[in-house]
Design a protein around this ligand. Structure first.
Ligand code: SAM
Ligand code: DTB
Ligand code: SF4
Length: 325
């Protein structure tokens, strides 16, 4: 934020210090307790440490995607047995959003398995966004890469957040996706920002990347100007039929370290403990909250895979004294 004096003087604000990969790697290499202590200090300086935001996801268009993202159940070329579904009707989406709101979600995120939306489809999605917003929910959409003018259309419809992940470090990206480049993803992020929509952008760990790659992903995210308001950290859900079905799971403590490093590098962002929660114990999730995670996906399904049911999350929040915001 530019100071009033600087604004009057017509100065450009000082640029934030850039994070280096080495700087983030050094965080990962701290003793676990030191890393968590630092993350807690940063967390408490920026947020109420006991509040967790909850978003509910809905896949509004499922499967049959032209892209080849190696982790994804929805790529047409991966034989995952997933049933394709065309773009949902507005009424059905609104009904699901109402249920999510009544269960306590504050944001509703609509996902579509597209390389990017066609203009005709975008019109229906825009109507969905308006209708979901009218329920009093924050709106988020994840629709793939956007063309000129599409982000503005979404903004006009009432979209608060656009999710588009960098997924992994630039050096590792080509091992996971070949049908588009990470540069294409940066381009969509720029369009989203320029349209005045808040950015939700993160990645996945557990895809066979190195610790340096995890640090590289976080450095790219933290150096976005400004950093994403919301940073989903997904733990790979290995889906049978995808190239990553047999990826070796990462050490749970390494996952916690990733959350802590994200918290330190992006102090003012919501860090979202995202995919992979269903496979995590309550104790591991508690460590993630201690490391600075302060948002989750809430509801028994992510897009196509499972998520803890709301009751389990309610009990966990109660046991940990967490409040939903
Ligand atoms: N097609 C759009 C896109 O690619 O941006 C939106 C949907 S895509 C499924 C949203 C994000 O979900 C991906 O960028 C990825 O980070 C995450 N994701 C997808 N499949 C996953 C899996 N099996 N495990 C963990 N995260 C996953
Ligand atoms: C994000 O980073 N994670 C969410 C949301 N953004 C769209 C999606 C996770 C998907 C997990 C696999 C699935 O359910 O298909
Ligand atoms: Fe899956 Fe999105 Fe990649 Fe399509 S573009 S394969 S939906 S992650």
């Amino acid at each position: 934020m530019q100071t009033a004096a600087a604004q009057r003087a017509g100065e450009t604000p000082p640029r934030r210090k850039k994070w280096t990969v080495a700087g983030i790697l050094a965080l990962f290499e701290l003793p676990f307790n030191d890393l968590l202590y630092r993350a807690q200090q940063v967390h408490r300086a920026h947020f109420d440490a006991n509040s967790v935001q909850r978003s509910t996801l809905l896949s509004v268009k499922t499967g049959g995607c032209s892209e080849d993202c190696g982790y994804c159940s929805q790529a047409a070329r991966h034989h995952t047995g997933l049933e394709r579904e065309s773009l949902m009707e507005i009424d059905e989406v609104v009904a699901a959003a109402r249920v999510a709101r009544d269960k306590g979600a504050s944001r509703f995120c609509m996902g579509a398995a597209w390389r990017g939306p066609k203009d005709g489809d975008l019109e229906r999605v825009a109507a969905m966004i308006g209708a979901v917003k009218a329920l009093g929910l924050e709106t988020c959409a994840t629709l793939g890469m956007l063309k000129e003018g599409q982000a503005e259309q979404l903004k006009t419809a009432g979209l608060d957040y656009y999710n588009h992940n960098l997924d992994t470090a630039p050096e590792f990206y080509g091992n996971i996706v070949t049908s588009h480049s990470q540069a294409d993803r940066f381009d969509t992020l720029r369009k989203v920002r320029a349209a005045g929509i808040r950015v939700c952008c993160g990645g996945i760990v557990g895809m066979g990347e190195t610790r340096a790659d995890r640090a590289g992903l976080l450095a790219e995210l933290a150096n976005l100007e400004p950093p994403p308001e919301s940073v989903p950290i997904n733990n790979l859900v290995p889906v049978p039929g995808t190239p990553l079905e047999n990826a070796a799971p990462i050490d749970p403590f390494e996952f916690v370290r990733t959350i802590a490093a994200a918290r330190i590098a992006m102090p003012a962002s919501l860090v979202r403990l995202s995919a992979g929660r269903q496979q995590m114990s309550d104790e591991l999730q508690a460590l993630c909250f201690l490391a600075g995670a302060n948002s989750i996906f809430y509801g028994d399904k992510l897009l196509t895979t499972g998520n803890p049911e709301a009751g389990r999350d309610e009990r966990l929040f109660e046991r940990l004294g967490l409040t939903a915001v």
